[in-house]
Design a binder for this molecule. Structure first.
Ligand SMILES: Nc1ncnc2c1ncn2[C@@H]1O[C@H](COP(=O)(O)OP(=O)(O)O)[C@@H](O)[C@H]1O
Ligand SMILES: [Mg+2]
Length: 236
């Protein structure tokens, strides 16, 4: 499998075409950004830690009957994936109030959210990813009612699988973001499921085990990513 032309380079990953138009190579780089790209760094090993955890979780979802774009891992930092027509939505599932929810609404950090709260943002950096609602999603033709229903259903299923798995590792799944895409009329979970796209708290200490370590500048990001990746992927 040959990696051909660069299709796009995002903030943290680069996506390459292959000789098969249905397949892409996704390379996880060592770049990390926060606050709409205002804070930026390159941290050695970040790419392979996030690629490892993403491939691991995609595998776990597949075992639970959820379609993901992962075909296989190629090496430490790259995966072969189905080439999807991405839906420009960020589907966020929240189990515990934190981050922008606490910043924008009168709810205390750490409040359990039962049932989980789904929030959908428009994936558009130039517009700072504004929050959408169902009517806006239809008006902007980002998804049909059937597709939106399916996205929410899959997001909640992913939540159940990840939450239970992480609980077994002593970790609370506070919230996470998914991106979806379509291929041949089928919806797949795409992009990544990593420490950059989830909020994870140690159940005992409440310590952050995710990109909040970088956002707040408290603690060594890579030490924490190593720690959580080995907790997630360790054999039982
Ligand atoms: N399977 C896929 N097929 C096509 N595009 C994908 C796939 N998975 C992820 N992408 C896209 O590739 C880019 C990944 O790079 P990333 O660095 O995360 O970008 P961004 O800065 O836009 O978040 C994103 O635009 C994402 O939507
Ligand atoms: Mg991204």
């Amino acid at each position: 499998m040959k990696q051909l032309k660069l299709l796009y380079a995002g903030k943290a990953k680069s996506v390459y075409r292959t000789e098969n138009p249905g397949e892409l190579v996704i390379k996880f780089r060592d770049d990390i950004t926060a606050f709409d790209g205002q804070k930026k760094d390159t941290l050695a090993e970040k790419g392979h830690l996030n690629a490892g955890v993403s491939a691991f979780f995609f595998g776990l979802l597949e075992k639970n009957g959820i379609n993901t774009h992962l075909i296989r891992k190629i090496d430490d930092t790259t995966m072969l994936a189905h080439h999807l027509a991405m839906i420009p939505l960020e589907v966020i599932v929240r189990n515990i109030a934190a981050g922008s929810m606490v910043k924008n609404y009168p709810v205390e950090k750490g409040t359990p959210l039962n049932p989980p709260v789904i929030v959908i943002d428009f994936k558009d950096d130039t517009r700072h990813d504004p929050m959408l609602n169902d009517d806006l999603i239809y008006a902007l033709k980002l998804a049909s009612p059937e597709e939106l229903h399916e996205l929410k259903r899959i997001a909640l299923e992913v939540n159940t699988v990840l939450r239970e798995y992480l609980a077994g590792r002593g970790i609370d799944l506070v919230d996470f973001k998914l991106e979806f895409g379509k291929k041949d009329g089928v919806i797949y979970v795409g992009d990544e499921i990593s420490m950059d796209s989830m909020r994870l708290w140690d159940k005992k200490t409440g310590e952050s085990l995710d990109k909040d370590v970088y956002r707040t500048g408290q603690g060594d990001v890579i030490t924490q990513y190593h720690h959580v990746a080995s907790r997630i992927m360790a054999e039982e």
